[in-house]
Write a protein that binds this ligand. Sequence first.
Ligand code: GRF
Length: 206
Amino acid sequence: MRLALAVLASGRGSNLQAILDACARPEFPARVVVVVSDRERAPALERARAAGVEALWIDPKDFADREAFDAVLERELTARGVGLVCSAGFMRILSPVYVRAFAGRALNIHPSLLPSFPGLHAQRQALDHGAKVAGATVHFVDEGMDSGPIVLQAAVPVEPGDTEETLAARILVQEHRMYPEAIRLFAEGRLRIEGRRVIVTPEAGR
Ligand code: GRF
């Protein structure tokens, strides 16, 4: 049986699209069962519908606090038998309620080489800092901000004359390749968390 994925996205959803495209391949060991957004008009929800995947909007305004929102999020995901939750541009901080419920079963992607430049505007931070190398990271979600154990990273050069947009576009190419790869490794049972480290088991027969 293919692993049931949920994707959490607030915006454009290009990483979601890369995941949907990967899942459309018959040999890919996971499928997206629901896409959840905190924004009613998120293009990510449109992408889900276009792929025939359930698109679920949970309105933060309906909840008194973060914990109440996250409790409903957890309930909705659990009801759908979700085995892995992938945040992809989900612009909400997730509370310990959620993080504990999905410990070791929640991934995030961040457009920097963590632990450098966590938080918002990572590409801008890298440029402002004068970094020569930038990149992206897929990591497990923990209770901190972009701080969980690292699964995969990819580096790209910062070119002279880069703007936030040109650098973001170069990083995004790597994001779209790397997120499906991390999901595949998880689905194949090849990721083991040991403290801060994620051990990737080689493919059988290698
Ligand atoms: C990506 O750069 C991702 O790393 C970050 O937010 C952006 C989301 O882009 N967390 P998209 O919505 O997947 O196009």
